[in-house]
Ligand binder design. Structure first.
Ligand code: SF4
Length: 433
């Protein structure tokens, strides 16, 4: 879905990086990025007793249906309440209609414990106060069902920012942890269950605990948060969630994101240092994972080393991915486009990028397409809408949305992460043969 470009949030400036400078340039213009509704596709699988009700148009319903088409055999935990055109005088009716839809849904699906009303861009939806509707419905269905709201509108959010808005809506619901409680670790950002379990095992070997995850797998398991909470971001697009956690007293542990061997090790080390884990214990707990991941990466390195990659802005994962591909897989970086760059949360990843890396924040689609044509990268990472035209022009592409659907964090997923980039190159070689 195309949506208007968000205004830049800081001035263009070269950033001092550890091994040289990276240049961050901002661009404004037409962009091709999914809206925040897309996050529902992975979030509804993560929070097992939640339901996402998009309040939107037929376009929103089509987006969700086609993006989540893979779930066709499952009882879906998302739906769209289609709001037709109304004038302001029709708002009271719309609220009644919304209440009716929600009542019917909850009667039919008694397993729902947490209901998200997800806002979208049509003007009829913008007129509706979904925050107030959520409060009203929460009172009606309390204590069985909690109702929260957030916006997935393409005017306010891109693609992964839907997850940020959803998690930020959950933070006020987290119980208060007392200031004198023992330090606790919180991992913020949706991760596949298998990845969470692997991290839990490593944290346990490090002697770090209690450890909790946001979002929790069930609505009633939201962890406490307070001044004793140290948190690690598992995803680089959680600006509002981080702000909300810090407003509750939590402290972020700065680290690169846990992609690849280096990212995972440094991410775990940030927690280990905050919890005073001795060096020898850290070595012992992480050595087997590092060795396994190292072996898994070797296999793909021969296909990726020396190849050049171009990132179109889409998922906000672009900077940590670029760091992984350049430092661990030996790839060259033509351009690293990202819809929005949080300089603080990404400082550790930025510092590891090679000297001279070109980062472009925001998008001016035509200009960026022209630069990609001139650069002729071996691999282009982009959204679904750009992949076909670029393939038709002879460029090998990787859909960035796959990086959200596939478990890629941690040691045991490092090989799968590399394979996601190697596969389009291998396929192209086969086609050429
Ligand atoms: Fe399109 Fe807006 Fe609906 Fe997203 S929220 S599908 S951009 S109309």
């Amino acid at each position: 879905m195309n949506a208007p470009f968000l205004p830049p949030r800081a001035a263009t400036a070269p950033v001092e990086a550890g091994c040289g400078d990276v240049t961050i340039r901002q661009e404004r213009g037409q962009r091709a990025v999914f809206c925040g509704l897309t996050g529902i596709v992975w979030l509804h699988r993560k929070i097992q007793d939640a339901f996402f009700l998009v309040v939107g148009s037929r376009t929103c319903a089509h987006l969700i249906q086609s993006a989540a088409g893979v779930m066709i055999f499952a009882e879906p935990r998302f739906a769209t309440a289609i709001i037709d055109e109304r004038d302001l005088a029709g708002i009271a009716d719309m609220n009644e209609e919304l209440d009716r839809v929600v009542r019917r849904l909850i009667e039919r699906r008694p397993d729902i414990r947490l209901l998200f009303l997800v806002g979208s861009c049509p003007s009829e939806v913008i007129k509706l106060d979904l925050g107030r509707a959520a409060q009203r419905l929460s009172t009606t269905f309390s204590p069985d069902v909690r109702v929260l709201s957030y916006s997935g509108s393409g005017i306010e959010t891109t693609f992964t920012q839907g997850e940020d808005a959803c998690l930020a809506a959950l933070v006020p619901e987290m119980p208060r942890a007392e200031a004198d409680a023992a330090p606790a670790l919180l991992v913020a950002g949706a991760l596949a269950d298998v990845v969470e379990d692997q991290f839990l095992r490593i944290f346990s070997e490090l002697g770090i605990g209690p450890v909790a995850f946001l979002p929790a797998r069930r609505a009633g398991q939201l962890p406490g948060v307070g001044p004793n909470t140290r948190y690690l971001l598992a995803q680089p697009f959680l600006t509002d969630t981080a702000k909300a956690l810090e407003a509750r007293g939590a402290t972020r542990l700065p680290a690169p994101f846990p992609l690849g061997v280096e990212g995972t090790t440094r991410w775990l080390k940030a927690a280990a240092d905050a919890f005073d884990v001795p060096e020898a214990r850290f070595e012992a707990a992480t050595a087997p994972g590092r060795a396994r991941a190292g072996r898994a990466l070797e296999h793909h390195r021969e296909k990726l080393a020396g190849k050049r990659v171009f990132f179109f802005p889409d998922s906000q994962l672009e900077v940590p991915l670029a760091r992984f591909l350049s430092r661990e897989m030996g790839m060259g970086l033509c351009e690293v486009g990202t819809p929005y760059l949080h300089r603080g949360h990404l400082a550790e990843d930025l510092a590891l990028l090679p000297d001279g890396t070109q980062i472009v924040e925001g998008q001016s689609l035509d200009e960026q397409m022209d630069r990609a044509r001139v650069a002729k990268p071996d691999l282009t990472v982009c959204g679904l809408g750009l992949a076909n035209p670029l393939e038709a022009e002879g460029l090998a592409t990787k859909w960035s949305i796959e990086l959200l659907f596939t478990p890629i964090q941690g040691y045991d997923q490092a090989g799968d992460l590399a394979e996601l980039f190697a596969r389009p190159l291998v396929r192209r070689t086969r086609l050429e043969v």
